[in-house]
Design a protein around this ligand. Structure first.
Ligand code: PMV
Length: 348
């Protein structure tokens, strides 16, 4: 089919990993499998406008706008992304694109927008592809969206679908793949279907070390092989935890994964620390509170200083009270974001 011009808009969420992806091989193939909760409120909304070029040439033509303003410093990222996906999207050079993106969460909140942003661009491109090839089926659409998103930013491959998403081959997870994310294929206990994630914004600054550099430092890292094996193992344990709803075991795996991620950063060469003093204050307060109340609250961390507080929905009011009374003092300007498990990318 011939399409002269048009536009599509999609919303895609961020995600928070329970078993972390840290380290990769060629072509954005992960060194170990990972699993994440898809988030709900932290989203990117992206419009892709496309116009067929008058005369075809051999360049990618696109403009990028962030929250209404042209954003030049993001263009090299998209240029590189287009180069990587060109062989899978041969129509890219037939069009001139305008990409307009905005985030639901405050920019410079220290919340990485690469997962939501890249997955939104990927699914917009797949929408164009489906207009060109209407025979494309739903399963292929989602899989290839995730596949393209992965080539933009690894963790973005886990943002297309809702609930729990696995990316990376694991022998006990049917259909799992290094190439794209898949929905966790087994029945999940009710408690994990409505889990809460309150994100405490400890440090809103740009992180000093990009995740690209961090992944690279796993090459030749003294603990790399053990770490990759441990991630396999933790994911294996998490499979039965997610089925049974055992929050005590959930906590052990998730917190250990977060601390191990940061331990890898602290033991690479060069070494670096992304946690801040307030990150540790919050972790200690959470541990104290958990011991005192026996409420199954836990934390996880991304590649930054912010703390994701994870807990079952039934404890929401108590935990928000705890956060407001004891944890907001450690947040920059007292800011935090309330989020929960969400349902993946949607067309607007
Ligand atoms: O998608 P990237 O390349 O920005 O890597 C993100 C890695 C972590 O967020 C630290 C962990 C993960 O699995 O999301």
């Amino acid at each position: 089919k011939k399409i002269k011009s048009g536009e599509v808009t999609w919303q895609s969420p961020s995600n928070i990993a329970l078993v972390k992806y840290w380290g990769k091989k060629e072509n954005q193939i992960p060194a170990n499998p990972s699993i994440s909760f898809t988030l709900d409120n932290c989203r990117s909304t992206t419009t892709l406008k496309f116009t067929e070029k008058e005369t075809s040439d051999n360049t990618f033509e696109f403009d990028f706008f962030f929250e209404g303003q042209p954003k030049e410093d993001f263009k090299p990222k998209i240029q590189k992304f287009f180069q990587r996906i060109e062989e899978y999207c041969p129509y890219l050079k037939d069009y001139k694109f305008e990409i307009h993106s905005e985030n639901s969460f405050p920019h410079s909140s220290g919340i990485a927008s690469s997962a939501s942003g890249m997955s939104a661009i990927a699914v917009c491109l797949m929408d164009l592809e489906r207009q060109l090839f209407p025979e494309i089926e739903e399963e292929y659409f989602i899989q290839k969206s995730s596949f393209l998103a992965r080539l933009g930013s690894g963790s973005a491959s886990r943002s297309l679908e809702g609930g729990l998403v696995v990316w990376g081959e694991h022998e006990n997870i049917e259909g799992s793949s290094d190439e794209y994310g898949v929905k966790f294929p087994y029945d999940v206990h009710e408690i994990f279907k409505t889990y809460k994630d309150t994100i405490l914004l400890v440090d809103k600054g740009e992180k000093q070390v990009s995740s690209t550099v961090g992944h690279d430092l796993m090459h030749g890292h003294p603990f790399a092989e053990n770490r990759f094996a441990q991630a396999h193992d933790n994911l294996d344990k998490l499979i039965s935890v997610l089925k049974s709803g055992n929050t005590q075991d959930f906590i052990k795996i998730v917190e250990s994964e977060a601390l191990t991620l940061h331990a890898m950063m602290m033991s690479s060469l060069p070494y670096f620390i992304l946690m801040k003093p307030n990150t540790l204050e919050i972790i200690n307060k959470i541990w104290e509170y958990r011991e005192k109340t026996e409420i199954p609250i836990c934390f996880t961390l991304d590649a930054g200083a912010n703390v994701h507080v994870l807990y079952p929905e039934t404890h929401e009011s108590k935990i928000l009270e705890f956060i407001n009374n004891e944890l907001v003092v450690y947040c920059q300007n007292g800011h935090y974001i309330c989020d929960q498990v969400g349902s993946g990318a949607t067309k607007i």
